[in-house]
Design a protein around this ligand. Structure first.
Ligand SMILES: Nc1ncnc2c1ncn2[C@@H]1O[C@H](COP(=O)(O)OP(=O)(O)OP(=O)(O)O)[C@@H](O)[C@H]1O
Length: 307
């Protein structure tokens, strides 16, 4: 299926320095794409261009077949945006605010009530329609922020750090809501929180120093960097020095007398060498399990590669 967004050759320069260089992304019509990167990587610049807030130095953004630079108003109708700080009017009630947003987003007058009822239902806000936004909890404020982002039925919704500052329960609720929204819309989730991406995203694009360093499925990301440690149980384990004499082993930590964590330099044949050596020297190997890199380690490693 044709992607909802094509970002082609996007680069942006603030005065003299480049914030992003040659960014290419295709966004599928449903599901969540995680835009991951450390502070200053270029996420906000990319999202601001995508949402039509910033004009790129070079490159193009095509949203649902519409060129954002040629028909910005029409293209922007297809996008909903929840910035890091939701643009809420604290002195309005939920209903007043959503009505205001719907009018701003050109929802027809005859459709206003239906549009408001629908987003309130979806975001579980119906029972607080008449409450002032300033009196709502952080989680509910965020739901109102999400509701304004989808009130005009956009095909793409962009969330910037949507769970920032929420408590653990609120985080779960907001994540569930985003997951639900992604069943019939494309969602971009910009974050530096790896567990969030791991929990929510189908695809992942990682930006570092303004360039894409990884773009693939979440599963591929998780497996991207080969394991470099294993957990081993030996009844008759040798000393650290003996193990470290095996080529490729970089470090050995004894967790108990019989359980060890062995780090190696990425060569998977190392397990065979350990099995052979164990048989030869009578270490009585009982178990050997490769350990997958945690997402955090992968993230740190990819960041290092790009620097
Ligand atoms: N208005 C600006 N003028 C000059 N440089 C800017 C401006 N906005 C961002 N930059 C620079 O561009 C680069 C990318 O910044 P950007 O805000 O896009 O990154 P980010 O990944 O969103 O980071 P964060 O998570 O901290 O918001 C950084 O080096 C930043 O200092």
């Amino acid at each position: 299926m044709e992607p909802i967004v094509r970002i082609k050759g996007l680069s942006h320069r603030y005065s003299t320095s480049w914030a992003i260089r040659d960014i290419n992304i295709e966004i599928p019509r449903t599901g969540i794409l995680g835009l991951l990167g450390s502070n200053g990587a270029g996420k906000s610049t990319t999202m601001n261009i995508l949402c039509g807030v910033l004009t790129p130095t070079t490159g193009e953004v095509i949203i649902n077949g519409i060129d954002l630079s040629k028909a910005p108003e029409k293209a922007k109708q297809e996008i909903g945006f929840l910035p890091q700080t939701p643009p809420l009017y604290l002195d309005l009630t939920v209903d007043e605010y959503l009505k205001h947003c719907a009018i701003l987003r050109s929802v027809e007058k005859s459709q206003l009530k239906a549009a408001m009822d629908e987003v309130k239902e979806r975001c579980a806000l119906t029972h607080i329609s008449k409450r002032l936004i300033k009196n709502l909890s952080g989680g509910y404020k965020q739901r109102v922020g999400i509701a304004q982002a989808i009130i005009h039925k956009p095909k793409l919704v962009v969330f910037d750090e949507p769970t920032n500052g929420l408590d653990p329960n609120q985080i779960l609720e907001v994540r569930a809501l985003i997951k639900d929204i992604a069943t019939d819309k494309a969602v971009i989730l910009s974050t530096h929180i790896l567990t969030e991406v791991q929990y929510l995203c189908k695809d992942i694009v990682m930006i570092e120093s303004g360039r894409i360093v990884f773009a693939d499925t979440m599963e591929a990301f998780d497996n991207y960097i080969a394991p470099h440690s294993m957990l081993v149980i030996m009844e008759n384990a040798p000393t650290v020095d003996v193990l470290q004499a095996i080529e490729g082993i970089t470090r050995v930590d004894f967790l108990t007398e019989k359980q060890l964590r062995i780090y190696f330099n990425g060569d998977r044949n190392i397990s065979e060498a350990i099995v052979l050596e164990s048989a030869r020297q009578g270490w009585r190997l009982r178990e050997l399990n490769m350990e997958k890199n945690s997402l955090d380690e992968t993230f740190a490693q990819l960041s290092r590669i790009s620097n």
